[in-house]
Design a protein around this ligand. Sequence first.
Ligand code: FDA
Length: 306
Amino acid sequence: MLRSVILAASRSPRIERLVETAPYTRDVVRRFVAGSGTDDALRATRALVADGLAVTLDNLGEDTVTAAQATATRDEYVRLLGLLRDAGLTPAAEVSVKLSALGQRFDEQLAYDSARAICAAAEEAGTTVTLDMEDHETTDSTLDTLARLRKDFPATGAVLQAYLRRTESDCRELAYAGSRVRLCKGAYKEPESVAYQSALEVDKSYVRCLNILMAGAGYPMLATHDPRLIAIGADRARWFDRDPDRFEFQMLYGIRPEEQTRLVGEGHTVRVYLPYGTDWYAYLMRRLAERPTNLAFFGRALVTKK
Ligand code: FDA
């Protein structure tokens, strides 16, 4: 219930204005976001890589409504990839891209062309791109774009969301050699017709999907902070003889950092999803929806006077 309210608020311009202008918002944002500029992103990437972590960078922004915005997003990714290469941070760092930030909702071809340009820049920089997955109305379009991109850039990563009823079947389709698949629970508000609603059903689906990916020939990327699912992932890795270069764990920046370090210490590959930029509102609201204690922390920030 609370999750639904927060996710609905994530699409409200009125609440967005309220949140953005609240006195201590910046402190909360800083916990989950590297900073507003490319320099902040590079600094945070350097620190994570020095600690033995891999990184995937997200230039914040989604639901772009103009071609100019979409092109600016593309250019920022291309620039970022060049800087990562020059700083010697590739291939440890790759990028995650939301097709809606590249214009998917109003011009699929524009989004595809822009994603292609980013994939080409990533290849040039010696690294990869993963396409984030957004609400279920975009799943087919995103997977179609992925298939087109993979013809020339086979290392392009997919994201599948365990809360969708279709995902087991998508995992089977994508568990082929060379296929990088990030499995997450799913962060959007989805109707019962397409998505499991209870946490238990989502977790069970995650395990079924994880089993398919770990048993398959692709490269599974287990994106979760859930201790039980992490333990099951590590168990399946042993069962299927998957060394640290044949699967990875992924977590969000600022969430369970001590667990990220622990897994690295055990010899696992761990990649941190690192968002940066000024357009952080929708991202932050999804993080708040995942955890009521974050909301309490944030609520205090909203009402506290500077
Ligand atoms: P769950 O939410 O059950 O959390 C398990 C435990 O982790 C909690 O008990 C808590 O300890 C900790 N935790 C989780 N979230 C927290 C938070 N916000 N603050 C503090 N602690 C928290 N989704 C999507 O729809 N499309 C996408 O493309 C992606 N991409 C993506 C990339 C990566 C690398 C990750 C890790 C996640 C995503 N997600 C995503 C988000 C994902 O779908 C999901 O919403 C979150 O990962 C939270 O789910 P968990 O699996 O962590 O479990």
